[in-house]
Design a protein around this ligand. Sequence first.
Ligand SMILES: [Zn+2]
Ligand SMILES: [Zn+2]
Length: 189
Amino acid sequence: MPHEFTCPKCNTTLVAPFLVACPACGFTLGHLLGQPSPEGEAKQLKHNELLTSGSISLYGGELNASFDYYGFLSLPDLVRYTVSYGHHATVPSPRGHHHNPVVVAYVPEIIGSGVSRYSTDYNPCSGLCIISPGSERWGHPFPVLEQWVQQQFPGVQGTCAVCGANTPFGHTLCHEHYANLTGDWRKLL
Ligand SMILES: [Zn+2]
Ligand SMILES: [Zn+2]
């Protein structure tokens, strides 16, 4: 069975992977791939900090993460993979007035590093989160620490994109299908 997902903009059911544009509404991923809106660009800067300044700041929060060069260069594939196969949830907006949709997918490679208030070490990240993926104005991708995923989505489950077996949230393949693909997530694109 081919894996199905919904267009982030119009919710039409589509067969994975997302290629160039949604056949129903024409939605593309350009705003998530380095041509962000002014609002998205401001948020993207803090997730590119490792590339621009060689360090990562907390910006007053508990956790923050930045792409490394590999993650930055892989962004087009990471975004298409996450839109096509990622797990959906919501997070409260910064002021808590409403919930923003997010989609999360781990890949078996390190795409960035993160820092937390409780540790000065840089920890590797292999998960991508896209917030408000259907919004050309607010949507942006960022790398996530496992600690962040567990804080935000405690107890939430996902499913394997190939067989539908339960998996931890964000883990798009079960052990068996992960092994069948020899860990190469790009084969699904
Ligand atoms: Zn669409
Ligand atoms: Zn499976």
